[in-house]
Ligand binder design. Structure first.
Ligand SMILES: [Zn+2]
Length: 280
């Protein structure tokens, strides 16, 4: 029986967009190249049951955008406008922000000040479109997430913080669930948790471990399993029905559930079905 309220998030924008086009581009660029396609993905997610959607702005940060003809302001604002247009009053829209491509010093060459500037630029652009919150996701370095989260916290909007974990319960950079909870709880996020990583079955122990360290609402947005190669194409091993089945145990723990890489609106629809079946 469901003991707490659960809000359905969306599935993967990249997976869904690439299904609809043969011209593979960095995902944020479709905000300018094919806004109708981006809108369609959002609309499909909402029709499937998503009540929170993420703007198509994950990688629209300075270092990525400056190699193109576009600006961060344009990429981020377009992304939010498309999402808000699709959502109307049916879903909330969060400004989606991912990690930078490089690593922070001393492991990489990005200085903390520089990182702060990059995230502040994205956030300031996003604020002009009045999102309902900020979703920081797929981080593997707690230091980088911490810089981004502190920048985001200045804007006084609900903050959703999510990292990508390995099977051992740590991120690729060695951060544990406990590290994340201790470092970021003082920012009073609306929710914290994990996304991407692996399939729901392998991610479940990590989700359970969050509950040991915090009472905050938890985010659970795993992949549709690890992709396998079929005829030279990366294919997700999880069908929507399998995804539903393996997501069910998470529904007694997480408050915000959805899918990451490999999931489309079909996976979200199955998840919505699982939520319906839990209603008394
Ligand atoms: Zn992912």
């Amino acid at each position: 029986m469901q003991q707490h309220s659960i809000t359905l998030l969306d599935g993967a924008m990249g997976t869904s967009l690439w299904e609809k086009t043969t011209d593979k581009q960095p995902v944020w660029r479709y905000n300018m190249l094919a806004p109708d396609l981006v809108k369609q993905v959002h609309e499909d997610m909402i029709a499937a049951g998503a009540r929170i959607i993420l703007s198509n702005t994950f990688g629209a940060n300075g270092p990525e955008v400056k190699r193109t003809q576009y600006t961060v302001e344009q990429a981020v604002r377009e992304g939010l406008q498309i999402a808000k247009d699709a959502a109307g009053d049916k879903a909330r829209v969060l400004l989606d922000i991912g990690p930078l491509t490089g690593l922070l010093e001393p492991y990489g060459d990005i200085e903390e000040d520089e990182c702060e500037e990059i995230y502040t630029e994205m956030l300031s652009a996003g604020m002009k479109e009045k999102p309902d919150g900020v979703f920081l996701e797929t981080f593997i370095d707690l230091n980088m997430l911490s810089v981004a989260a502190r920048c985001a916290a200045k804007f006084d909007l609900p903050l959703y913080l999510s990292m990508s974990f390995e099977k051992v319960g740590k991120t690729m950079m060695g951060n544990s669930v406990q590290d994340m909870v201790e470092e970021l709880s003082p920012l009073r996020p609306a929710a914290m948790g994990l996304n991407c990583s692996m399939g729901p079955d392998l991610c479940l122990p990590v989700l359970k471990s969050f509950r040991e360290y915090t009472d905050l609402p938890l985010i659970f947005k795993p992949n549709a399993g690890l992709p396998v190669m079929v005829d030279g194409k990366a294919v997700s091993p999880y069908t929507p029905a399998m995804f539903k089945q393996d997501m069910v145990p998470a529904l007694s723990i997480a408050s915000f559930v959805g899918g990451c890489c490999g999931t489309t609106h079909k996976h979200i629809r199955k998840l919505e079905e699982a939520l319906q079946e839990m209603q008394p």
